[in-house]
Every structure is written in structure tokens, then in C-alpha cells.
Design a binder for this molecule. Structure first.
Ligand SMILES: NC(=O)c1ccc[n+]([C@@H]2O[C@H](COP(=O)([O-])OP(=O)(O)OC[C@H]3O[C@@H](n4cnc5c(N)ncnc54)[C@H](O)[C@@H]3O)[C@@H](O)[C@H]2O)c1
Length: 325
């Protein structure tokens, strides 16, 4: 297939591109490099440096490259920033998304896989979270992703634009070439590993008095390659139907203390920790169930074990201390 990957210079997008190229697809990356890195784009992919808000450029790219499907990963995705600056999030996650959808409609491209988020569920009533559980985002990040999903539903009905929306929590891990390289970094695994690599003095844990097995929050981590495979797998349903799938580790998840402990074992470093107060709006447990995508699409994660995830991220950081050259 000829696939356009928006945000293909970002963390997850770069791995999706790597996997697509490995499978023999033709790939065009559409990214404004506002967060991503040119060097993260896998050789063999065509690159268009442009903003999704530029609808004419999106339209032209879709036409010129005879694009058959889009994987839409470009977004702003910092929860705290979204609360401070919701306007930015409505612009990048809703308005830029609509620009893409309109360009697709105009050019007859009718297959879209969307990187949504499990933040659409807000503070869930039960764990693990399933697709039919009520949504109720507690921040503009989750709300804007849900708003875009709403548009997808109606574009499907009116214009037959088929979509698969994938909702997940924490992507983690790396391939040999592509890893997590954000500035600022807000995700626990790269932060813990940066401490191990002497790039930060310590890890701050937000609260250790939650009703969990060791008092720290339980979260769901999923290897970036397993995520990328799910995005590619989801392309396969789009000639028939649209769907929403959760991706998560199910089971018991991992506490923040367990993440730090595994990182200590993997790196052999002490990794100092300080315990601060809870953060407002942090639920004790967040785990998504992948049961539906496993049953319907046969998705099967290969790197679910947290140690494997941390080992891959640590190897990447050691080999790329300043990012990808
Ligand atoms: N990282 C996670 O744990 C996680 C979890 C759930 C969902 N997601 C979703 O997955 C997607 C990718 O996440 P990531 O961590 O790889 O993010 P990232 O910031 O590394 O990548 C996003 C990419 O999109 C590009 N971009 C942003 N706005 C753009 C625009 N208007 N036009 C063109 N390019 C633009 C950026 O330059 C960047 O390369 C996002 O949609 C995010 O909401 C991520």
C-alpha cells in the first residue's frame, strides 16, 4: 500500500514507518518537525515537511503520491500543557485533524488509522478498560482526541471514510534505530533511564499512598513495536468497516515503584527516587484491555514483558545518547 504517516518523524510514528517499510509498503511521512526529528525518519520513506493545517499541501501530497491510506499520529500530547493551553490542543488535534480529513475527502482517500488515546476514558469506573466503557476525558488532550473521533464517526457515515481508532496509554521501548526522544520528556520509563544515564539527578514519584499493592500508581505500558504492528494490522479492516480498539497490557499492570525497580535491575544503577505529593487527576490504576483487538484482528503483543520494554529502551539510550544521528 501507499501510506501517508502524519507525525512519522515522532517517537511512535518513526517506528510505524520503520515497520511499514520493512513490510514493503511505500511510505510518505508528513511532519512539520515541530516535535519530531528528520533523522528519525527511516531511509526509504519520502518526506514532506509541512503542517497539517496547510490543507492544500495535504491534498497535493495525497494526490501526487497516490496515497491509499493514512496513519494519523501527528498531535500535541502533553496532558499538563493541554490544561494550561487548550487552544493549542484544539488547533493541533481537532482543526489540523479536520484539515487532513477534508483533504482525504477531496481526494477520495478513504482509509484512516488514528492514534487516539485511552485518556478519552478519563477516570474509569472499572479496570481493565474496555471499548464500550463510558468516555469522559478529564483534560483537553483527551477531549480533543475524542472530538476528532466524533468527526470520524460522521465522516464515515456521510463520506464512507473508514477509520480504526486505537486508544492506548503509555508507549514505551525502542527498536535498534528508533527510540523515545522528547523534549521535554514526561514519560516515566525514559525519565528513569535518563537518571540511570546521569542525565537527571533523580526520579520524582507523585504519591505513594494510593490504594495499590505498593502505594504508587499502576499503569499500562506497551512496546512501541507492538503498537506499530497494531496500527498496520488495523489498515486491513478498512475496506469493510470502521472500529475502535483499545491497546493495553491487561492483567495487573505495573506500579511506578516496579518500573523503577526493573530499571535498576536492567541498568545496574541505583536510580535515586524522591516521593512528592499526588498530582491532581491521577487515577490510582489505569489499564486498558486488548481483548477485542486480539479476538477480532488476531493482534498479539510480542514484547509485553516490562523488562523487555525497559531493556530495549536502555539499549537505545546507550547507543543514541544524543538522539539519532
Ligand atoms: N507516546 C505515548 O505514550 C502515546 C500514548 C497514547 C497516544 N499517543 C498518540 O500517539 C501519537 C504519537 O505520539 P508520540 O509520542 O510519537 O508523539 P511525538 O510528539 O513524538 O510525535 C508527533 C509528531 O507529530 C508532528 N506534528 C505535530 N503537529 C503537527 C502538525 N500540525 N503538522 C505536521 N506534523 C505535526 C511532530 O513534529 C511530531 O513529529 C500522538 O497522536 C499521541 O497523541 C501517544
Amino acid at each position: 500500500m501507499r501510506v501517508l504517516v502524519t507525525g512519522g518523524a515522532g517517537y511512535i510514528g518513526s517506528v510505524v514507518v520503520e515497520e511499514l517499510i520493512g513490510d514493503g509498503h511505500q511510505v510518505v511521512v508528513y511532519d512539520n518537525l515541530y516535535k519530531g526529528h528528520r533523522s528519525a525518519i527511516t531511509p526509504g520513506a519520502e518526506f514532506v515537511e509541512a503542517d497539517l493545517l496547510d490543507t492544500d499541501r495535504v491534498r497535493q501530497t495525497l494526490r501526487d503520491a497516490y496515497i491509499e491510506a493514512v496513519i494519523h499520529m501527528a498531535a500535541d500530547s502533553l496532558v499538563g500543557e493541554s490544561v494550561q493551553n487548550p487552544a493549542k490542543y484544539y488547533r493541533s488535534n481537532v482543526i489540523a485533524g479536520l484539515s487532513l480529513l477534508d483533504a482525504m475527502r477531496d481526494t477520495g482517500v478513504r482509509r484512516l488509522v488514528f492514534s487516539s488515546t485511552a485518556a478519552t476514558y478519563g477516570e474509569p469506573e472499572k479496570q481493565p478498560i474496555e471499548e464500550d466503557d463510558p468516555t469522559g476525558p478529564t483534560n483537553p488532550y483527551g477531549q480533543t482526541k475524542l472530538a476528532f473521533e466524533g468527526a470520524l464517526r460522521w465522516y464515515d457515515q456521510a463520506y464512507k471514510l473508514r477509520y480504526a481508532s486505537l486508544r492506548y496509554f503509555n508507549a514505551a521501548g525502542a527498536t535498534a534505530r528508533c527510540g523515545e526522544w522528547h523534549d521535554p520528556e514526561t514519560h516515566i520509563i525514559p525519565i528513569v533511564l535518563q537518571v540511570a544515564a546521569n542525565k537527571r539527578p533523580q526520579v520524582e514519584i507523585y504519591g505513594d499512598d494510593y490504594p495499590t499493592r505498593d502505594g504508587t500508581c499502576v499503569r499500562d505500558y506497551i512496546h512501541v513495536v507492538d503498537l506499530a504492528r497494531a496500527h498496520i494490522l488495523a489498515l486491513g479492516i478498512l475496506d469493510e468497516r470502521s472500529a475502535i480498539y483499545n491497546l493495553g497490557c491487561g492483567g495487573d499492570g505495573y506500579t511506578v515503584n516496579e518500573v523503577v525497580e526493573i530499571a535498576r535491575e536492567v541498568t545496574g544503577k541505583t536510580i535515586p527516587v524522591t516521593v512528592g505529593p499526588r498530582r491532581a487527576g491521577d487515577p490510582a490504576v489505569l489499564i486498558a484491555s486488548s481483548e477485542r483487538i486480539q479476538r477480532e484482528l488476531g493482534w498479539s503483543p510480542k514484547f509485553q514483558d516490562l523488562r523487555t520494554i525497559v531493556e530495549s529502551a536502555w539499549l537505545w539510550l546507550q547507543n543514541h545518547p544524543d538522539g539519532i544521528e
